[in-house]
Design a protein around this ligand. Structure first.
Ligand code: KIV
Ligand code: ZN
Length: 527
C-alpha cells in the first residue's frame, strides 16, 4: 500500500468531497431550486462529508447565492466553490465561500492536448496561467484545490510539470480528474503513484481522484486511485452527473466499509444517512435511481427467488454483504393502514429519515389518509412518495379536476380544470390514449412551447392498487425542468408531474434568459 505521507494526517483516512451540487447539478435536467440545494447541503454536512462543492459561483446569481448561503450554514464541512482559471472567476468564488468556517477555492484548467487547444494556449502559456491563477487563489484563501481537467489524457511529463507549478504556487489539494471516464483501475492507481514519486512537493499535499462513469469504472477507478496514494475521493449522491455520471458516494463509502479487510481506509461518513439523502437527491434532481443500482436501488436488498429467500431466512449473510440498516433502511417494510394516527406516521417518517415540520406533517397526513382509503396496505415506499409530493415549487398552475374516457371504443378524451394564477379554466381535449389527451388538455389551457423530453412511469410497490410515480422532463429554449408526482391513478400522477414540470419551468424562466444557464457557462472561457 502506498502511503500519502507528510501532511500530518492519518494516512488511512480518505476525505469525501461531494460534488452533487456542482458536477451533479450540472447534468442536463438535474437543476435544483435554491431551497433544495440548501437542504441537500445540510444533509451532506450532517452525514459527515468532509468537503461540499456547493456550486460554480460565477455561473449565475442563483449559484452565487446558493454557495454563499451554504457557506454560512455549514456546521462542519469545508465549503468549496468552482472557478475557471481566471481572476474574475476566482474572486467571485472567494466572495461566495469566504463566509464558511472552512472555505476552499477550487480552480481548474483543461491540460490534455484536446483541452489545451480550446483556449488556444501553448504549454508554456498554460503553465504561466496556472502559476498566476493558483497564486491569486492562494492569496485569497489558504485552502486551494487545483485540477488539471482531463488529467488522465494529459501527457505525463506535462502533467508532472503543471502539478509541480500548482503545488509551488500554493495549492493544498491536487485533484486528478478522469473527465471523460476513460481510465481503468490499474492506470488510475499508477497515475497517482507516478505523481507522488516524481513531483517535488507531492508529499506535502493531498491528491484527489475525480472519476466519471462513462465506462462503468468510476467506483473501481476511485478506489484504485486511493490504493495509489490519493486521499480524497470526489463523488456525488446516486452517481448523479453529466453523461453516465460521477463516482457514486454510496458505492465508495460502502465498499470501504464492507471490504475494510482489503481496502484499509476509512471515511467520516455516517452510512445510516445514505438512504435518506439518496431519496432526496432523486426527488429534487428528478433523476430516479435505477432499481438495480448498487447500495441504494429499490432491489438492492430485495430477495425474490425461492432459493434466496430460503437462504436469507436461515442466515442473512448467505446473500447479503451488508445489512439494510447499515444504509438507513428499516428492516420491516409493511407498515400502516387507515387506522394509523399522526404520531405513528411521524415516527415512521422519522425512521425513514424525514423530520417534518408540523404543517408539512399535516399535509402528508391528509394525503396519507386519502391514500389509505384507496389502498389497503401502505408501504415505506408509498410514504416516501407521499412526502415527495410536498416538494412544491411556488405553483402557478394547479390541477383542480380531471375525468378521462379511454378504452377500446370511441375517442379518448380528458375533461380538465386547471387553476392558473388563481383563475379556473376548463377544457375537453382528445388524444392518442388517456395520457396524451390529458397532456393536450394542459397544453390548451396553458399554452407553451416546451418539448417533452422524458415521460417515465414506475410502480412504487407491488399490486394493481400500487401508486405510480411519474417523471416528466420538459425543455424550452435550453432550459430544462423535471417534475414528479405519485398517485394510485397513473393518469392523475402523469398530469400532476407535467404540471409540476411546468411550474418549475416558470421559475426557471424568471431566473435566466433563454439558453442562459449553468450549462451556458463555458469551460472554454478560461481567460
Ligand atoms: O470532470 C472534471 O474534469 C471536472 C472538473 C471541473 C474538476 O468536473
Ligand atoms: Zn467532473
Amino acid at each position: 500500500m502506498t502511503q500519502t505521507p507528510a501532511t500530518g494526517r492519518d494516512p488511512s483516512r480518505v476525505l469525501i468531497f461531494d460534488t452533487t451540487l456542482r458536477d451533479g447539478e450540472q447534468s442536463p435536467g438535474a437543476t435544483m431550486t435554491h431551497a433544495e440545494k440548501l437542504e441537500i447541503a445540510e444533509l451532506l454536512d450532517d452525514m459527515g462529508v468532509d468537503i461540499i462543492e456547493a456550486g460554480f459561483p460565477i455561473a449565475s446569481e442563483g449559484d452565487f447565492k446558493a454557495v454563499s448561503e451554504i457557506a454560512r450554514l455549514a456546521k462542519t464541512a469545508t465549503i468549496c466553490g468552482l472557478a475557471r482559471a481566471n481572476f474574475k472567476d476566482i474572486d467571485r468564488c472567494w466572495e461566495a465561500v469566504k463566509h464558511a468556517k472552512s472555505p476552499r477555492i477550487h480552480t481548474f484548467i483543461g491540460t490534455s492536448p484536446l483541452h489545451r487547444a480550446i483556449p488556444n494556449l501553448d504549454k508554456d502559456q498554460m503553465a504561466e496561467r496556472i502559476h498566476d491563477t493558483v497564486t491569486h487563489a492562494r492569496n485569497l484563501c489558504d485552502n486551494v484545490q487545483w485540477s488539471p481537467m482531463d488529467a488522465t489524457r494529459t501527457e505525463h511529463d506535462y502533467l508532472c510539470r503543471v502539478v509541480e507549478i500548482a503545488i509551488k504556487a500554493g495549492a493544498t489539494t491536487i485533484n486528478i480528474p478522469d473527465t471523460v471516464g476513460y481510465t481503468a483501475p490499474q492506470e488510475s492507481a499508477d497515475l497517482i503513484r507516478m505523481l507522488l514519486e516524481k513531483v517535488p512537493g507531492a508529499d506535502q499535499i493531498i491528491f484527489a481522484t475525480h472519476c466519471h462513469n462513462d465506462l462503468g469504472m468510476a467506483t473501481a477507478n476511485s478506489l484504485a486511485a486511493v490504493a495509489g496514494g490519493a486521499r480524497q475521493i470526489e463523488c456525488t449522491i446516486n452517481g448523479l452527473g453529466e453523461r453516465a455520471g460521477n463516482t457514486a458516494l454510496e458505492e465508495v463509502v460502502m465498499a470501504l466499509k464492507v471490504r475494510h479487510d482489503i481496502l484499509p481506509w476509512t471515511t467520516g461518513v455516517d452510512t445510516t444517512k445514505i438512504m435518506n439523502i439518496s431519496r432526496r437527491v432523486a426527488t429534487v434532481s428528478g433523476f430516479p435511481v435505477q432499481f438495480n443500482k448498487a447500495i441504494v436501488g429499490k432491489n438492492a436488498f430485495a430477495h425474490e427467488s425461492g432459493i434466496h429467500q430460503d437462504g436469507m431466512l436461515k442466515n442473512r449473510e448467505t446473500f447479503e454483504v451488508m445489512r439494510p440498516t447499515d444504509i438507513g433502511l428499516s428492516e420491516t417494510n409493511l407498515v400502516m393502514g387507515k387506522h394509523s394516527g399522526r404520531a405513528a406516521l411521524r415516527s415512521k417518517l422519522k425512521d425513514l429519515g424525514f423530520e417534518l415540520a408540523d404543517n408539512q406533517l399535516n399535509d402528508v397526513f391528509v394525503r396519507f389518509k386519502e391514500l389509505a382509503d384507496r389502498k389497503k396496505e401502505i408501504y415505506d415506499d408509498d410514504l416516501v412518495a407521499l412526502v415527495r409530493q410536498n416538494d412544491t415549487v411556488e405553483d402557478h398552475i394547479k390541477l383542480k379536476s380531471l375525468r378521462v374516457v379511454c378504452g377500446t371504443t370511441g375517442p379518448q378524451t380528458a375533461d380538465m380544470t386547471l387553476d392558473i394564477d388563481g383563475t379556473e379554466h376548463s377544457v375537453t381535449a382528445t388524444g392518442d390514449g388517456p395520457v396524451d389527451a390529458s397532456f393536450n388538455a394542459v397544453k390548451q389551457l396553458f399554452s407553451h412551447k416546451a418539448r417533452l423530453q422524458l415521460y417515465q412511469v414506475n410502480a412504487v410497490t407491488e399490486g394493481t392498487d400500487a401508486q405510480a410515480t411519474v417523471s416528466v422532463r420538459l425543455e424550452e429554449d435550453g432550459r430544462i425542468a423535471t417534475g414528479q408526482s405519485a398517485d394510485t391513478d397513473t393518469v392523475v400522477a402523469s398530469v400532476k408531474a407535467y404540471v409540476n414540470a411546468l411550474n418549475r419551468l416558470i421559475v426557471r424562466r424568471s431566473k435566466s434568459a433563454p439558453g442562459e444557464d449553468i450549462k451556458g457557462v463555458s469551460y472554454k472561457d478560461a481567460g
